[in-house]
Design a protein around this ligand. Structure first.
Ligand code: HEC
Ligand code: HEC
Ligand code: HEC
Length: 438
């Protein structure tokens, strides 16, 4: 009796709270909190997966490939629409989806949603994101298309086991031996920024080999969707060992610096996310990245060697790839391989060009680049595609040529590697593609 009265009382309270919430009175978050939520949505790049080009913000629809040929999955509508989106999510439901990978109806999410990274986000930050999505995002009635994954691969219960081994439920705990900047940088890089989702190698079950700096594999370079996201540790040639902290900040803010330009999937990160971050936060991320020890013995440090430039200027095209370079690349990247940084990236000394995994170099040569758009202004220069003009062998030769010229030292590339990437990819779109949050 007492108990059922209590329960009735609790229900009445809940009903009251819900009615207050729905009438918009009392529980509305302050503008500051909503703005903070918007900033975090940028830092976490929710829009990149949960929107499509030309579609409404956060209405879902991007089709993502699951690993091991498990099929493809749609990123969902996360606008506050009660049926099509997440309008019925409470703050607790939202926290469970973002940090633990559990949807409101209890089903497990595939880690295509980067919840193993978001897991460390603070209660305040999750609450700010929630306020932003519930109060500032326009509800969109478009339902997410059903996924086409057939039994038994559509079973989601194995994900519980996966989470048990590979995900965390702990929020970030500051390391008291490090500075405030380092801790802020670690929190952003590991958490909202989910840099490791692309830059950390994956294990046998597609788990990130490490989620923080406690292991050397963290941010040591990973490959996803035929793009190699290079080593962000202090390795001197293939990592960020020669970059100053301001080089890192400049790259994340503008997509360019004296060493190279963003391309492949990194363009989405610049276009939708890091350019919007404050200088203080970008600097904190640079402080953290600069603290990651080198893991490959890839020295001695790069030094420019003019032999290839002299070869090209003398019309000596004996080395495989030299002639293709002269005909197709030299007008922009120049005989000295130094091009015109930061607008046209150098190939000489560029860590991306010396990446042990040549996937990104092959991919960009075949398919070109999307435009980097910073401050609403698309780049004047971008990389054309060569998939129709060059054979697999010619691409292999020219990529090998740039990896072995001007002092660059990296392994050669085979026609078979090019054929595989050609078969798996399409040319980049010529259109200036921007995702809008409003
Ligand atoms: C790298 C791509 C990616 C990013 C970035 C991403 N998501 Fe997701 N998200 C997904 C995918 C894919 C799913 C669907 C997973 C599934 O169905 O198993 C999903 C599912 C969700 C769901 C569950 C919805 C439901 O009811 O099924 C929520 C909530 C969500 N995301 C919110 C967010 C928010 C908020 C952000 C930014 C803080 C974000 N996501 C960033 C890919 C992403
Ligand atoms: C019309 C000028 C132009 C030509 C021709 C050209 N590129 Fe590029 N290339 C660029 C620009 C601009 C970028 C930077 C794209 C961006 O900002 O996303 C780039 C980027 C690259 C990158 C990635 C490096 C980085 O840090 O961004 C590689 C590798 C590359 N080009 C190789 C080649 C090769 C090989 C050829 C010849 C087969 C070639 N390029 C021809 C303009 C050109
Ligand atoms: C969706 C995948 C993806 C995510 C997420 C991502 N990156 Fe990248 N990143 C790439 C790829 C691919 C490249 C290689 C192409 C290039 O150099 O731009 C790259 C290159 C870079 C480079 C240049 C490295 C070099 O050797 O030239 C830096 C610096 C970088 N990323 C930093 C970050 C940081 C910091 C984060 C997190 C805030 C991040 N990235 C998140 C895909 C990603």
């Amino acid at each position: 009796m007492v108990r059922s009265n209590l329960r009735a009382g609790a229900l009445a309270t809940i009903a009251f709270v819900l009615s207050v919430f729905h009438s918009g009175a009392g529980l509305a978050a302050s503008d500051d909190v909503i703005q903070k939520g918007e900033y975090l949505a940028r830092a976490a790049n929710c829009v990149a997966c949960h929107s499509t080009y030309g579609g409404k913000a956060f209405a879902g629809g991007l089709l993502m490939a699951l690993p091991f040929g498990l099929g493809e999955i749609y990123a969902t509508n996360i606008t506050p629409h009660p049926e099509a989106g997440i309008g019925n999510y409470t703050l607790e439901d939202f926290d469970a989806a973002l940090r633990l990978g559990v949807a409101k109806d209890g089903h497990m999410l595939y880690p295509a949603m980067p919840y193993p990274s978001y897991a460390i986000m603070s209660e305040d930050d999750i609450a700010a994101l929630y306020a932003y999505f519930m109060e500032a995002v326009e509800p969109v009635a478009e339902p997410t298309p059903p996924n086409e994954i057939s039994w038994p691969l559509n079973m989601r219960w194995p994900l519980k086991v996966w989470n048990f081994f590979f995900s965390t439920t702990d929020r970030y705990t500051p390391d008291s031996t490090q500075s405030a900047d380092w801790n802020r940088g670690a929190y952003l890089v590991q958490g909202a920024g989910h840099c490791g989702a692309c830059h950390t190698p994956r294990g046998l079950l597609f788990q990130e080999a490490s989620l923080d700096e406690s292991e050397d594999a963290f941010l040591a370079g990973g490959t996803l969707d035929y793009w190699s996201a290079g080593n962000l540790r202090q390795d001197v040639n293939t990592g960020l060992g020669r970059w100053s902290q301001s080089d890192i900040v400049e790259f994340l803010k503008t997509g360019h610096n004296q060493f190279g330009s963003a391309f492949g999937t990194m363009t989405e990160v610049i276009n939708n996310s890091t350019q919007y971050m404050t200088d203080a936060d970008l600097n904190a991320m640079a402080v953290y990245l600069a603290s990651l020890s080198p893991v490959l013995d890839d020295g001695p440090a790069y030094a420019y060697d003019s032999a290839s430039e002299e070869e090209l200027r003398a019309g000596n095209f004996e080395r495989p790839g030299a002639l293709v370079y002269m005909q197709k690349c030299m007008a922009c990247h120049r005989a000295d391989g130094q091009a015109a940084a930061p607008y046209i990236p150098p190939l000489a000394g560029n860590p991306a060009v010396m990446d042990p995994d040549p996937s990104s170099l092959i991919n960009v040569t075949l398919n070109g680049t999307q435009r980097i758009v910073v401050g609403g202004v698309p780049d004047a220069y971008w990389m054309p595609r060569f998939r129709n003009g060059l054979s697999d062998q010619e691409v292999a030769d020219v990529v090998t040529f740039i990896r072995r010229s001007w002092g660059n030292q990296a392994a050669s590339v085979s026609a078979a590697q090019v054929a595989e990437i050609r078969a798996g990819t399409n040319a980049a779109s010529d259109a200036v593609q921007i995702l809008k949050m409003k």
